[in-house]
Design a protein around this ligand. Structure first.
Ligand SMILES: CC(C)(COP(=O)(O)OP(=O)(O)OC[C@H]1O[C@@H](n2cnc3c(N)ncnc32)[C@H](O)[C@@H]1OP(=O)(O)O)[C@@H](O)C(=O)NCCC(=O)NCCS
Length: 225
């Protein structure tokens, strides 16, 4: 599934568009996308030991360059990325964030910082232990009480990661302090210190398909809140 959709977020002027695309492309398409990559991206592609992740990386970056180039009015190969202290890519003229899982890429484009995450819903043996280690105590209780604990686990995971990716902080020790909303959209609080000075953000689920769960994080919230 591949697509693009607009998403208004109220009167703050932060229109958000969300796009998904497939990372599985024939060899000739991979080659043409490779031609768009910068030297450092080619070095990164070459460092993959396995062919499949290497091809996925090339398609993810190549397609991202195409979409960013269209938005900011430059050729895809001329999009210049800079990186935050923890590796969040940024470009002049548009805010964006990318996530991928398997053959699927998800990206949000906006006027203000955004974060996204997507995961394929799959069985996880130690979901309870993982949640106890990395999630907020309220979230652990919520997962235990949910009619579908695994779906709730992934919903919580994507919301937490989207919030941390909004502020450009890596997933790590700060995870248990971030508290995501109990259901639907809402505030994620307890964000770690970051260069944007944001300590909470709005997170909401994104509908992708039956196999995936995804979340979008942004700030400020829609005016309807
Ligand atoms: C960012 C992070 C949460 C991504 O997790 P993931 O589940 O592996 O990957 P996702 O599919 O969700 O997202 C990957 C994309 O997020 C973006 N990204 C990378 N670092 C990011 C960050 N710190 N914040 C937001 N987005 C980031 C990139 O576009 C990346 O795609 P790319 O690898 O094709 O360039 C994880 O890699 C992380 O914690 N990184 C931080 C590392 C860190 O703190 N380093 C400190 C010393 S440099």
């Amino acid at each position: 599934m591949t697509g693009e959709g607009g998403r208004g977020t109220g009167d703050e002027g932060n229109a958000i568009a969300v796009a998904t695309w497939s990372l599985s492309e024939p060899a000739e398409v991979v080659d043409s996308l490779f031609a768009l990559l910068s030297e450092d991206e080619r070095v990164r592609a070459a460092a993959f030991v396995r062919e499949e992740p290497r091809r996925r990386f090339i398609v993810a970056r190549g397609r991202l360059r195409e979409r960013l180039g269209e938005r900011i009015g430059v050729a895809p190969a001329d999009v210049a990325f800079r990186y935050g202290p923890n590796g969040k890519p940024a470009a002049e003229g548009v805010q964006f964030n990318v996530a991928h899982t398997g053959d699927l890429a998800l990206c949000a484009f906006a006027d203000a910082p955004v974060g996204v995450d997507v995961e394929r819903i799959r069985p996880i043996k130690n979901a309870t232990a993982l949640a106890e280690r990395w999630f907020h105590a309220d979230e652990v209780a919520r997962i235990a009480a949910a009619p579908e604990p695994l779906a709730e686990f992934f919903r919580t995971w994507t919301m937490k990661e989207a919030a941390l990716k909004l502020v450009g902080v890596g997933v790590g020790e700060s995870l248990p302090k971030v508290l995501t909303p109990a259901e639907g959209a809402g505030w994620a609080t307890g964000l770690p210190g970051n260069e944007l000075g944001i300590d909470r953000c709005w997170v909401e689920p994104l509908a992708i398909d039956m196999e995936h769960v995804a979340a979008l994080a942004f700030s400020p919230p829609p005016s309807s809140v």
